[in-house]
Design a protein around this ligand. Structure first.
Ligand code: KG4
Ligand code: ZN
Length: 337
């Protein structure tokens, strides 16, 4: 059963075809990185305008790459939120129009549900129940997943998301947008113990907080007289700041995952979202899972960041549960899972 997935929740236009919720036939992502990087973050108005230009060619390419036509498709899954409202509107309007014209069922997928179901697209899929740590630019949450549609939030960020912290620190260091990949790379050659940045463990809670860490980096730069000064990108100092900042983030994410395992008695963990592409987070999670006998599911890097295959995979489960959306489907910027 083929599902066409569409995601335009943020700054990437993506469309993909997935068979039976598990086998990717195509997954096309058109990035807008070059449009937003000069602003150091996403400009929502520019993002939605670019989605309008790209949605048709991207969907067309997804069908062509998969070697199928719309008549072979059993459902059209579209991300309905959370995300940037102008961006979401483009994907939802497009999906609704195709559904109306072809009578193919429309499936509304929560973006976070998509990230959870990216774990069904790898070589092995997790059995239920499992814990899902979603760490992206917009979200840092941990869920217990007991089955399709059965999600219990155990904790979430009280302020910045982990990816947002990467992006903001990157901007402070003059490293551009998105911050995650460049900090990840520079951190590999830095000393993670060079600077002691704070870790907000928030005792007894599975919530997260990363805004204090971002402020600590800002204060460090001010103390050293480096705030708003041009720092050599390939300097030892930048590498040490990157490595020390990253260690703070990863320490918290790994520790909180351990707490969640202890509390829930669930020894199966899925990692997802853009920050799940981070090499140090992946290494430390594997280490933790080995030590504690935890089954860990790490999607391939291409499925950690936003993509439409994950939306198509979740859409397949909606269709199987007969959870079909009407043409009154409206995207929402804020949407709980
Ligand atoms: O899942 P995603 O593509 O979009 C959202 O749903 O937000 O995540 C994007 C975020 C950005 O903040 C980016 O800096 C971060 O993921 N990211 C990384 C890495 N690659 C992307 N963060 C840390 N290390 C990486 N290698
Ligand atoms: Zn995402």
């Amino acid at each position: 059963m083929l599902i066409l997935g569409i995601d335009t929740s943020c700054d990437d236009t993506s469309a993909g075809i997935v068979d039976n919720g598990r086998k990717i036939l195509s997954d096309i992502v058109s990035t807008q990185k070059e449009i937003h990087e000069k602003y150091g973050g996403i400009v929502p108005e520019l993002a939605s305008r670019r989605h309008i230009e790209m949605i048709y060619p991207v969907v067309d390419e997804a069908l062509k790459t998969a070697g199928v036509s719309l008549s072979d498709v059993s459902g059209i899954a579209v991300c309905k939120g959370p995300g940037l409202i102008g961006s979401l509107l483009v994907g939802c309007s497009f999906a609704k129009a195709i559904s109306y014209a072809t009578n193919i069922p429309l499936l509304g997928v929560n973006h976070l549900e998509g990230h959870i179901f990216s774990s069904f697209l790898g070589e092995y899929e997790p059995d239920f129940p499992f814990l899902a740590l979603i760490v992206s630019g917009g979200h840092t949450s941990i869920y217990k997943v007991d089955g399709f549609g059965k999600y219990t939030e155990l904790g979430r960020t009280r302020d910045d998301a982990a990816g947002e912290a990467y992006d903001k620190v990157s901007k402070l260091l003059g490293l551009g947008y998105p911050g995650g990949p460049v900090i990840d790379r520079l951190a590999r050659e830095g000393n993670p113990n060079a600077i002691r940045f704070p870790r907000a463990y928030l005792p007894k809670s599975l919530d997260f907080s990363f805004s204090g860490l971002k402020t600590a980096v800002l204060n460090f730069l001010k103390e050293k007289g480096l705030y708003q000064k041009k720092i050599e990108v390939d300097s030892a100092l930048i590498r040490d700041i990157s490595a020390s900042f990253q260690k703070s983030v990863v320490d918290v994410l790994v520790r909180k995952t351990e707490w969640a395992i202890k509390r829930s008695f669930v020894k199966r963990v899925v990692l997802s979202g853009g920050v799940a592409a981070n090499s140090e987070l992946r290494r430390r999670m594997i280490e933790m899972a080995d030590e504690r006998g935890v089954e860990l599911f790490l999607p391939p890097i291409s499925l950690c960041t936003d993509n439409a295959a994950m939306i198509a995979s979740a859409g397949y489960f909606h269709l199987n549960s007969n959870n079909i959306a009407g043409l009154d489907l409206n995207p929402q910027a804020y949407l709980l899972l």
